[in-house]
Write a protein that binds this ligand. Structure first.
Ligand code: ATP
Ligand code: MG
Length: 230
């Protein structure tokens, strides 16, 4: 076991949606700081649910969830939102872009809401930083457009840019390449790994694309760590 605090530590976590069946029953799950973990498993096995619990999006679980040293259960709803905005870059499976905002406004939103995250731009003006990330992902010509006017693959790259701007300590990516063609996938992965290495960020990456798994420090199957199965 490493001497430094883990980025994520789950202990005896159980979760069900309402009165439905148990989706997660995880005795122990730990991701070390700066580790790059690839998580896979069949559709419906609970990957998105697990990410939602760790990111403080889903409440109502039992057991312990510590993220970047914080016990998520001890935070109120608004504190969890603020914590996520400041410290996590979350690429949601369904993107969760704000439909009435432009691409630029979506990408810069977490940094506009969190002074701590904005400070990690190290003096680079916010829109300049956003433009640089957008350029790497090939969406710089779309910055003034509304996100609802974009293709699905373009929206996924907006979600990726939003998660990376302000280099959060923990990146949680839920099938972030599912709608990308080969070239855009390569550009995204290059930027993702470069950004994590430069900032010392931890990466938890969920994907069905096993051709990517060798790029990671560790590969985990959700059914293997989840007693609930699915
Ligand atoms: N909002 C919800 N309400 C009730 N049940 C849900 C909800 N979201 C997911 N589930 C159920 O929880 C289980 C796990 O779903 P989850 O989305 O976590 O799977 P997944 O591994 O991410 O699947 P996929 O690979 O298709 O994205 C499934 O049985 C699903 O039907
Ligand atoms: Mg999912």
């Amino acid at each position: 076991m490493s001497g430094t605090a883990p980025a994520i530590q789950l202990t005896d976590v159980r979760f069900a949606y309402g009165k439905g069946p148990t989706v997660l029953d995880i005795p122990s799950f730990r991701v070390e700081a700066k580790e790059r973990v690839f998580l896979f498993g069949p559709s419906g096995s609970g990957k998105t649910t697990l990410l939602g619990v760790m990111a403080g999006v889903l409440a109502g679980y039992s057991g312990g969830v510590e993220v970047l040293g914080r016990d998520i259960a001890k935070l109120s709803g608004s504190q969890r939102d603020a914590f996520r905005g400041s410290h996590l870059g979350y690429i949601f499976q369904l993107f969760n872009l704000i439909p009435y905002l432009s691409v630029m406004e979506n990408i810069t939103l977490p940094c506009r809401l969190s002074a701590e995250r904005r400070a990690r731009l190290k003096g680079v003006p916010l829109e300049q930083g956003a433009h640089a990330v957008a350029q790497r992902l090939g969406i710089d010509e779309l910055l003034t457009k509304r996100v609802t006017n974009l293709s699905v693959g373009q929206q996924q790259r907006v979600a990726a840019a939003r998660s990376l701007l302000g280099t959060p300590e923990l990146i949680i990516a839920d099938e972030p390449t599912s709608s990308l063609d080969y070239d855009h996938r390569e550009k995204f992965l290059e930027l993702l790994f470069e950004s994590c290495a430069a900032a010392g960020s931890t990466l938890l990456f969920v994907s069905h694309d096993r051709s990517l798994m060798h790029l990671f420090d560790r590969q985990l199957s959700l059914p293997d760590i989840n007693r609930a199965g699915a």
